[in-house]
Design a protein around this ligand. Structure first.
Ligand code: MCA
Ligand code: AMP
Length: 496
């Protein structure tokens, strides 16, 4: 049966003995190996009752089996819902409750803890070595699977992204949202079967899953697949590779090591950065050291990639480049009216890349998508005369730490519930490694003897480690403007 994403991204590689994944200390995996594994996993999914439209939640270590599970989910017509491995039980409980999945796949180490929140979902396991109840019976499964009929508008992915209200919303990504974006990026970045990508990003977000894998798999490129970012491993793979996609932290960490030289990068064709602002000085330092001009691009979970600096042409440091072909980008005021060229406004976007809406939240979707189809990103931008977009700030209250997004409201809600806290304000300050790091200003009740340990323990019981404030600052009152709104810019300036 026709399956829009599978047919165009994966099916053409059936039978190909070309190496897809190379990994440290593990055998290579060919395209055909991966597709046979995906077909077997599709049979496993179906044996557990997975049907078209069902959600498959995965919070598991980064493995080739997890990539095959993504492909298998697409084949069965189900919806892939990957989760950050750092999420706590409470966080996973929210996603499972909201998405009501048929399956919940997790690390065996966490199975006991997550059984209690699985609800109606069947719980299966997948470990860092690929073992677990998901794959236990794989060899017995057929290596071919007849894909379930799915058209361009059907859902392929559901990716949760924190909302300004503090609770995450599931961004519904259709087969064509993903396919059209992958096609544009392959074209724009001139990715071919001769490329070898260093893959060190997590595969539970758009960047590592869709941007990095959909593009390289589409053209039949090779992928050096790392379980996570490892500076030594990356440096040793650079001479054998042609392509790297990373968050700015990857680049500052590479630059902090003297082994990074132009010679080491002589075989590299392209370095791409995104998910957080790349400082112009990082861009320039990287060029000075390696001769390569990092190509910065800009996107969002809800929209996939929106703009990119050009492959041939001027890669302008500090800008996120030009709108992708077929994607319209406007810089507007609050009413959606264009601001005069060169002035700062809200970035709005429309195109085949833009998501289908928030899962079971039509009112949230309507609040962020205009009637004319433009999606309001919450980013503040400025468009140059020749069409280059610069992200100058955010209208949304968001901290980006090491490429992970953290919405202060989610942390403030937890802090405010702790006895002895009158109010709190969470904000980001510049950090040389993660770009931004999280601080919390607390107004304690004078009568309480609240310790930092109490605050940290409460936060730790609920939120993933990367969301924890690295410091608590006590204040008599939060700085507020005449409207009574907390002035986070004042806090940032005071504590940067
Ligand atoms: C790990 N830690 C962090 C972060 N990552 N703290 C703050 N921010 C982070 N991003 C903490 C851990 O909890 C731990 O804390 C300590 O740092 C070391 O953990 P470790 O796992 O060793 O960290 P790492 O391996 O050095 O990881 C840092 C990293 C990683 C490589 C920057 O976070 C990463 O791969 N980030 C990429 C995120 C990404 O893919 N974003 C794309 C989103 P402690 O020691 O105190 O316990 S998609 C997106 O944004 C859009 C669509 C787009 O445009 O792409
Ligand atoms: P998310 O959808 O949660 O992964 O995060 C998307 C947000 O990351 C965007 O709205 C931007 O604020 C930010 N972002 C992504 N890429 C860039 C970039 N190249 N420069 C600045 N901000 C970026």
């Amino acid at each position: 049966m026709p399956n829009h994403l599978y047919d165009h991204l994966f099916a053409p590689h059936a039978g190909s003995s070309k190496t897809l994944f190379t990994r440290a200390g593990q055998p290579d995996l060919s395209y055909d190996d991966a597709l046979r594994m995906a077909a077997q996993l599709a049979h496993v999914l179906v044996s557990h009752g997975v049907q078209a439209g069902d959600r498959v939640v995965v919070q598991a270590p980064k493995t080739v089996e997890m990539v095959a599970l993504y492909i298998a989910t697409v084949q069965t017509g189900a919806v892939f819902l990957p989760l950050n491995t750092a999420y706590t039980r409470d966080e996973v409980a929210y996603f499972v409750g909201d998405a009501a999945p048929r399956l919940l796949v997790c690390d065996p180490n966490r199975a006991e803890e997550l059984t209690t929140i699985a609800g109606d979902a069947t719980l299966l396991t997948l470990a860092a070595d690929g073992s677990g109840s998901l794959t236990a019976d794989l060899a017995a499964q057929p290596t071919r699977f007849d894909t379930v009929d799915r058209g361009p508008g059907n859902l392929a992915g559901l990716l949760y992204t924190s909302g300004t209200t503090g609770r995450s919303k599931g961004a519904m990504m259709s087969h064509d949202n993903l396919l059209s974006n992958a096609r544009s990026l392959v074209d724009l970045w001139q990715i071919t079967a001769d490329d070898r990508l260093i893959h060190a990003l997590p595969i539970f977000h758009t960047h590592g899953l869709f941007v990095a894998l959909n593009t390289t798999l589409m053209v039949g490129a090779q992928v050096y697949f790392m379980p996570g970012f490892d500076l030594d491993a990356m440096l040793s793979e650079l001479p054998r590779s042609t392509l790297m996609m990373g968050v700015p932290t990857f680049y500052t960490r590479l630059l902090s090591d003297e082994r990074l030289t132009a010679d080491l990068c002589a075989n590299m064709r392209l370095f791409i950065s995104g998910s957080a602002p790349l400082l112009a000085e990082t861009h320039e330092a990287f060029t000075a050291r390696t001769g390569h001009r990092i190509l910065e691009r800009y996107g969002m979970t809800e929209t996939n990639m929106i703009t990119s600096n050009p492959y041939t042409g001027d890669r302008r440091a500090g800008t996120v480049g030009l709108p992708l072909p077929g994607v319209e980008v406007l810089v507007c005021d609050d009413t959606g009216t264009l601001v005069p060229q060169g002035e700062i406004g809200m970035v709005e976007v429309r195109g085949p890349n833009v998501f289908q809406g928030y899962w079971q939240m039509p009112e949230k979707t309507a609040a962020e998508k205009r009637a004319n189809g433009f999606f309001m990103t919450g980013d503040l931008g400025q468009m140059s005369e020749d069409g280059y977009l610069t992200i100058v700030g955010r209208a949304k209250d968001l901290i980006i730490t090491g490429g992970y997004n953290v919405y202060p409201k989610e942390i403030e809600d937890i802090l405010n519930d702790i006895p002895g806290v009158l109010e709190s304000a969470v904000f980001g300050i510049p950090d040389p490694d993660f770009g931004e790091t999280i601080l919390a200003a607390i107004v304690p009740d004078a009568a309480s003897n609240l310790t930092d340990d109490t605050l940290a323990t409460q936060v730790a019981s609920k939120l993933a480690r990367f969301k924890h404030p690295r410091r608590y600052i006590r204040m008599d009152a939060l700085p507020r403007n005449t409207m009574g709104k907390v002035q986070k810019n004042v806090l940032r300036d005071q504590h940067a």
